[in-house]
Write a protein that binds this ligand. Structure first.
Ligand code: ADP
Length: 800
């Protein structure tokens, strides 16, 4: 007789398919051909079309329109025309609309899930239980932000017309992440879904009609990268929000450089999944399933690098293999399937190529014994062990169900391995010790850290990258900042107003320092000979002779020499960056300690006020002292948030320093400008390489003496004088500089943005707009704190 355990062993799943009929009927209703949704109306399918296919069968689903440049232009015009009215609806009006969208999504949720799985190949279990509920949640949550905007974001206004380009891995969810915050804050959008997966976006466009969203507020246009590039290039778009590969992100960064467009990029990742020896290994195994086999590993924050503490590595590998053997892969519409299909043949080929390369480079590959369906595009779950940290498969984003496993011995080694990547999107940590987890979490360079969980998302929590994983956040209060700008001034994003008030970044070259000229100017005839000083730079807490061995004259308005500064060059900048890195302990001092140092700087500057006031405008020193007080006051008050995500957990949104910041100071006021820019940066824990005003650098240079006597650790602030453009270019192109602030001309701003794409450093440039440094908001507003920090969301579940 068969025993009960034997029955359990031989039990097999029967097919449990979700019906595709409603989605297919919808496609038929449209004759399987779609136009574009512009200004609240549908265009006829265009002259150029392309096919979207079902990845599980390889069969065509529909023909879509390749939007041309003219189509992009019409969509932008429609969005522009609709924007003032949409903003004027006010928070409550917009909240009602967003709420309606959430309701409509919810009512259509099964339909959307089926259509998504058909078009993308993801298991219905995921589209039904994860993607679509999160879409509805995003619209509900942002309906709330619309309602609260006036109160919670005072002084900020919509950015205007937003161009949004999204990828194919979470088609409808990425649409929601983009559209909900944009609409909530009074913007209108032109959105392009990815060419492989446009269907749910097109159905969403219909939903906008059904829900009564005013025409032109949401425009959906389809097409491949050419359409994306046309959106990026369109001159009347105020901001680009992009999610996709780092390569395309870099193209977009370069293409928008100098345009004044606001930019947020959510790019690739190679996220570590760190397992300490005290972790609950059975939970870890389920965590790995969610980390790398969720959505076939086509997840930008997939936990694709398992780092496991040596003592438990073998046990974990054995458990993982057993679990992989039991995974079910097949028809995405089957409700009992764990993994579906890869979105397109080109992606499958890329995964296959990288897996081959992994084997050629000597890693050991393991796949379960069962085989994948032959129709459609499938790839089995794959585990690589014996992987060198430098191997291609350990460094490159595979974007497929392939995970590499490496060992570590100590927590310090875990941190080093985890951060051994150019990306920084997410990380998960597995340990039963909360102390260990909370010690490691801040050390990881990642925008999200999940403790004992992975791949959990919510509208209330910000999501986005460090390093080459991009910048900007989506979700949470921090995500709203991407879609608003300060009402007056506008220097934060280089644009000064809505459509009419917006000043184009002037191409007129600003007056650059005459210090760059090599001709020796006449010495002011009436001046007494000054006490001769050898001009030096300030690097690593010490005065340093410029590497060039040369100095340069500083001229007054009349062109007379009033002194000399060191002629810094690329070597000096590199030394300064190195010194700034070495001073990174500054970030780990308590905020109270950092505040004390800032107050001390203010005290020492005040003590030397008479001396400093000779070189600057009347009242400037006093204002500089007050400014330092302001930033000292903020040092221990710029708090994070605890987000209410709907899980049994707390989600800590922690502002963290960017790292090493390059700060290019404004021409004038030389001392106040330097103090106003550098102090908030260091208050938040950054270290800085500063290029002072080229026009009047002397007071700024003497400022090092104040720093020197104020207990500021060496290397936290480094000052390099010299030809500003040349030095700025070196800073902007430097791969070890994490961010750069540039308060100068339009051309210099464009150059900074262009060069920053190398390591995707954060930029904040003025596009040639002057800032009133004496004004408390323009010279000491909250935007300095926002620009000096990036938010890390740490998810901490609780309960047994
Ligand atoms: P993935 O690796 O996720 O496919 P891509 O970066 O290739 O990411 O694509 C993401 C989105 O970017 C898609 O909507 C795609 O059409 C679009 N895209 C591709 N190339 C460009 C480009 N040069 N400019 C703007 N958008 C682009």
């Amino acid at each position: 007789m068969t025993s009960i355990p034997e029955i359990f062993d031989t039990l097999a799943y029967g097919p449990a398919p979700e019906a595709a009929a409603p989605a297919l009927a919808w496609l038929e209703q449209h004759g399987r051909r779609f136009g574009l949704f512009i200004g609240g109306a549908w265009t006829q399918p265009g002259s150029e079309t392309f096919e979207t296919q079902n990845p599980a069968t390889g069969k065509p689903l529909a023909l879509l329109t390749q939007a041309s440049e003219a189509d992009v232009d019409r969509a932008v015009r429609a969005a522009r025309a609709a924007q003032p009215g949409w903003a004027a609806l006010g928070g409550h009006g917009r909240a009602r609309h967003l709420y309606a969208l959430a309701r409509h999504v919810q009512k259509q949720s099964r339909f959307f899930a089926v259509l998504e799985s058909l078009d993308n190949g993801k298991p219905i279990r995921e589209s039904r239980d994860i993607d679509v509920p999160l879409v509805a949640r995003h619209f509900y949550h942002h309906a709330g932000w619309a309602q609260l905007m006036e109160r919670e974001l005072p002084g900020r206004v919509p950015v205007g017309v937003i161009g949004q380009i999204i990828p194919w891995n979470f088609p409808l969810l990425m649409l929601a992440w983009k559209i909900a915050p944009a609409l909530a804050t009074g913007n209108t959008v032109v959105l392009k879904p990815a060419e492989f997966t446009s269907l749910t976006a097109l159905r969403f466009a219909e939903l906008c009609e059904e829900a009564g969203i005013p025409p032109g507020v949401v425009n959906i246009i389809t097409g491949d990268g050419r359409t994306g590039a046309a959106i990026v290039a369109h001159p009347d778009i105020d901001k680009i929000a992009f999610t996709g590969s780092t390569d395309v992100g870099r193209i977009i960064r370069t293409a928008t450089a100098g345009s004044g467009k606001k930019l947020s990029l959510e790019l690739g990742g190679k996220s570590p999944f760190v397992v300490f020896q005290d972790a609950d290994l059975d939970s870890v195994v389920e965590g790995v399933v969610d980390a790398i086999w969720f959505n076939q590993g086509q997840v930008c924050c997939a936990g694709s690098r398992i780092l496991v503490q040596e003592g438990v590595a073998d046990r974990l590998i054995a458990k993982l293999k057993a679990r992989m053997e039991a995974l079910r892969l097949g028809d995405p519409l089957d409700k009992a399937v764990d993994m579906g299909a890869i979105v397109a043949p080109v992606q499958l080929e890329r995964i296959e190529g990288l897996v081959r390369q992994g084997q050629e480079e000597g890693a050991s590959m393991w796949q379960p014994s069962w085989s994948c369906p032959k129709d459609g595009w499938f790839f089995p779950p794959t585990l690589f062990t014996e992987v060198s940290p430098a191997a291609t498969i350990a460094q490159v984003e595979i974007f497929g169900p392939v995970v590499v496993l490496m060992n570590f011995r100590t927590p310090a080694e875990a941190v080093e391995l985890a951060n051994n990547t150019r990306f920084g999107l997410a990380a998960s940590l597995w340990t039963e010790s909360i102390n260990l987890a909370l010690d490691i979490a801040p050390q990881l360079k990642a925008g999200t850290v999940w403790i004992n969980c992975t791949n959990v998302f919510d509208a209330a929590s910000g999501f986005g990258g460090y390093r080459e994983s991009g910048f900007g956040r989506e979700g949470g209060k921090e995500g709203l900042r991407e879609y608003v700008r300060w009402e007056k001034g506008g220097q934060a994003d280089g644009r000064t107003g809505g459509r009419n008030g917006r000043a184009k970044a002037s191409s007129k070259r600003r007056r650059e320092s005459s210090a760059g000229s090599s001709a020796r100017p006449p010495v002011r005839p009436s001046a007494l000979p000054a006490i001769d000083r050898t001009p030096k730079l300030y690097i690593g807490g010490k005065q340093a002779r410029p590497d060039s061995g040369y100095s340069m004259p500083v001229l007054d308005q009349a062109g007379h020499s009033i002194g000399e500064v060191g002629h810094g060059n690329r070597k000096d900048i590199r030394n300064a960056v190195e010194a700034a890195h070495k001073a990174s302990e500054w970030a780990r001092m308590t905020a109270h300690q950092r505040a004390q140092v800032l107050y001390y700087i203010a005290e020492n500057l005040a003590a030397r006020a008479t001396e400093f006031s000779r070189g600057v405008s009347p009242g400037e020193v006093e204002l500089a002292v007050e400014r330092i007080y302001t930033w000292a006051a903020w040092t221990d008050k710029y708090d994070g948030l605890v987000h209410h995500t709907p899980y049994r957990n707390v989600t800590l949104a922690m502002p963290e320093p960017i790292g090493v910041l390059g700060i290019v100071c404004p021409d004038q006021p030389s001392l106040l400008g330097l103090v106003s820019a550098v102090m908030p940066a260091i208050a938040m824990g950054n270290t800085a390489v500063v290029i002072p005003s080229p026009v009047a650098p002397l007071a700024a240079i003497d400022f090092y003496q104040v720093l020197d006597t104020s207990d500021l650790p060496g290397g936290v602030v480094n000052i390099v004088t010299g030809p500003r453009d040349e030095l700025t270019s070196v800073l902007a192109a430097h791969d070890d500089v994490d961010g750069i602030w540039y308060f100068g001309g339009a051309e210099g701003s464009a150059e900074v943005e262009r060069l920053s794409s190398g390591n995707m450093k954060r930029t904040w440039v003025s596009h040639g707009h002057d800032r009133d440094w004496s004004d408390p908001r323009e010279g000491a507003g909250e935007e300095f704190l926002e620009q000096a920090t990036q938010v890390k969301n740490i998810w901490i579940p609780y309960g047994e």
